[in-house]
Design a protein around this ligand. Structure first.
Ligand code: SF4
Length: 405
């Protein structure tokens, strides 16, 4: 059987090659006919990486940590989120929850309040749940193996590898956005790296390049190299320590590898939300598990079935719109309202939706809270402590600035 076929078999690439030699030479990387023989000397690659990382690696607050709890939190925060956005949240989170037990003993609402604005709120809910599992089933200590870590809510293969290698030095591989691009280019992978077969090759490569000990530094060096040098556009190949091993550079295909994700079709939506006041209280609704931003609070909000004129208050067909809002609020909350003016229009995007949110104010006139609805009259002075959706907070700030709240 050729080495190419060995690589594609179910058994670990590393263990197969280690039967014969300690530092494997990798000759063939894919079923894709475009890929040809390539030679990787992992020992040399690691040496080059190490020396580059020493000089050029990023200084980040969560670097060089041997505390698995801190690594875990920082890695979850960094999912789908930029380093710049994470930094202010990072210290605040540890001031409030310095260890697993403090997080497990907290209220989910407190965790969501600290997470407000960071997005992807299932991350915060899972952190809270996982902390409770760690306390209940692991004596308050994060499991030491990448496999056991993956049994916790919200921890996938990448995060488990990051915790096990960064904090415990274990030889656990990682593939995330930066290393996916880097590995795909090194391998010259012209196939889609997101398919099952593509993922398998990348994870095998990620495993093969790691040393047996202190793998955390190698993983961080690889991530930094992907982020700083092997950038999505115009990678700095002349200054790349792995240039001589890179198949994409050899072929001049850096711009085509990795193959871009298929573009998702964007759907335009128009939503309406209403801040209803009753004296010094405002009506909020907690978003439910089957909704976006589950667990956070928001003003009563829905998607308009009729198209509203783009960003033009004066063009709104006032009478019919007002009546439809009064009816919606009655059905959704049980309250009769005195309809107020349009306050602002907020544009925002969520996954594949581009949304224009028309924000109105109103006053409660009469009625009783609809039973079973997660609604609450919240004193205006307590609004800052409630975890609100990003647009809910933006609207609240506009109303506070205008003196209404
Ligand atoms: S040589 Fe260029 S394309 Fe290849 S890994 Fe380095 S930066 Fe990326």
């Amino acid at each position: 059987m050729s080495q190419c076929l060995l690589f594609l078999s179910n058994q670990s690439f590393v263990s197969r090659f280690e039967e014969g030699r300690r530092e494997p030479a990798l000759h063939c990387m894919s079923m894709n006919a475009d890929l040809h023989a390539e030679q990787f000397d992992f020992a040399i690659m690691r040496r080059r990486l190490k020396s580059w990382y020493k000089k050029k690696g990023r200084e980040l607050p969560w670097r060089n940590l041997d505390d698995p709890y801190r690594v875990w939190i920082s890695e979850i925060m960094l999912q789908q989120t930029t380093v710049t956005a994470v930094i202010p949240y990072y210290e605040r989170f540890f001031n409030r929850f310095p260890d697993v037990r403090s997080l497990a003993n907290s209220n989910q609402q407190d965790v969501l309040a600290l997470w407000e604005g960071l997005g992807y709120y299932s991350r915060a809910r899972n952190l809270h749940k996982a902390a409770q599992v760690i306390v209940a089933e692991h004596g308050g200590i994060l499991p030491r193996s990448a496999d056991a870590l993956q049994t916790l809510p919200g921890i996938g293969r990448y995060t488990a590898g990051a915790i096990a290698s960064f904090a415990m030095g274990q030889s656990a591989p990682i593939v995330e956005a930066n290393t996916l691009r880097l590995y795909a280019r090194l391998l010259g992978m012209t196939d889609d790296p997101r398919t099952t077969a593509g993922q398998k090759q990348l994870w095998n490569f990620a495993e093969a390049i790691l040393p047996k000990k202190n793998a955390g530094d190698t993983n961080q060096a690889l991530m930094d190299l992907g982020s700083l040098v092997c950038t999505p556009r115009e990678p700095d190949c002349p200054n790349c320590p792995l240039l001589r091993f890179c198949r994409a550079a050899e072929l001049g295909k850096q711009a085509e590898i990795p193959r871009p994700k298929q573009k998702t079709k964007i759907t335009e939506l128009q939503d309406i939300c209403v801040a209803i006041l009753d004296g010094k209280k405002v009506l909020l609704r907690q978003r439910q598990l089957n909704e976006r931003w589950a667990g956070l609070w928001d003003f009563p909000r829905w998607t308009s079935e009729k198209a509203l004129p783009k960003l033009s208050v004066s063009l709104l067909p006032r009478a019919s719109l007002e009546q439809s809002i009064i009816t919606e609020i009655r059905e959704r909350t049980g309250y009769e309202i005195d309809h107020g003016p349009l306050s602002e229009v907020i544009k925002h995007s969520v996954t594949r939706y581009r949304i224009e949110l028309f924000c109105f104010t109103a006053k409660k006139v009469s009625g009783r809270k609809k039973s079973g609805e997660p609604l609450e009259w919240v004193p205006l002075k307590d609004l800052d402590d409630r975890p609100l959706s990003v647009t809910g907070r933006k609207f609240a700030k506009t109303l506070q600035a205008g003196g209404l709240f």
